[in-house]
Design a protein around this ligand. Structure first.
Ligand code: SAM
Length: 225
């Protein structure tokens, strides 16, 4: 008997209602979001909620982001398929899997060893062999593999880390949530330009866990969390 994946219909509904219905237009992004099994990246007891319009806990006090935000960030990177991408904040590995459908190579860094190990194993099991998971402080980027066509940060920084700016290729895009005060964050896109000024755009208000590291928040004492 043919096995029918019970999650596929929910995934297609999620793409139509939560993404296309809310203004995500890039057909490659919508296709990528249709292809990645989000249920494989959440704890087993939360699989039934995998396609709900919300972040979900993944352990270690961290979350897998809301599908809409992941699609919005992927769209803002303007990927065409031949790029080298850096993601800061691997978490479950889900966003890295989405990026793997949109770019040539994805390097992703996670500061918590348990999450990095778990994400690496999930991505390997699903066959995402163009995603490279590294454990470490991503607030300083990954200089050994730089420069990047695109960098995406899935944790909130106090300011745009200078190391990430420096690791972008000319014309490269950096998408990052940045603090705008104790309770406010804004998603920002910085486009680097060869020999000219960078372009900085504010995209929308967001809510992310903190980017903890030498060019992020200190591990303790960042006050509000
Ligand atoms: N992209 C993830 C996904 O698809 O599941 C969600 C990421 S979660 C909202 C943010 C992640 O950033 C957390 O796993 C957290 O441990 C990680 N993080 C925070 N500061 C970091 C840093 N300096 N370097 C690398 N990862 C960091």
């Amino acid at each position: 008997m043919k096995w029918i994946n019970p999650y596929r219909g929910r995934r297609e509904d999620m793409v139509l209602e939560q993404l296309a219905g809310r203004g995500v237009h890039d057909p490659r992004v919508l296709e990528a979001m249709k292809s990645v099994p989000r249920e494989a990246f959440v704890p087993e007891e939360l699989r039934d909620s995998a396609y709900a319009d919300q972040p979900l806990p993944i352990g270690e006090g961290q979350t897998i982001s809301q599908p809409y935000i992941i699609a919005l960030m992927a769209e803002a990177l303007g990927l065409r398929g031949d790029e080298k991408v850096l993601e800061i904040g691997t978490g479950s590995g889900y966003a890295a899997a989405v990026l793997a459908h949109l770019a040539r190579d994805v390097h992703t860094i996670e500061r918590l060893a348990a999450l990095a190990g778990h994400a690496r194993e999930t991505l390997r099991r699903l066959g995402y062999d163009t995603v490279h998971v590294v454990e470490g402080d991503g607030s300083v980027g990954l200089p050994g593999v730089a420069p990047y066509d695109a960098i995406v940060v899935t944790a909130e920084a106090p300011v745009i880390p200078p190391s990430l700016r420096a690791q972008l290729k000319p014309g490269g895009r950096l998408v990052i949530p940045v603090s705008e005060g104790p309770d406010d964050q804004v998603l920002v896109r910085l486009t680097s330009r060869d020999g000219a000024r960078e372009k900085l755009e504010k995209l929308c208000p967001v809510r992310f866990v903190p980017l903890i590291g030498s060019e992020g928040w200190p591990a303790r004492g960042h006050g509000r969390r």
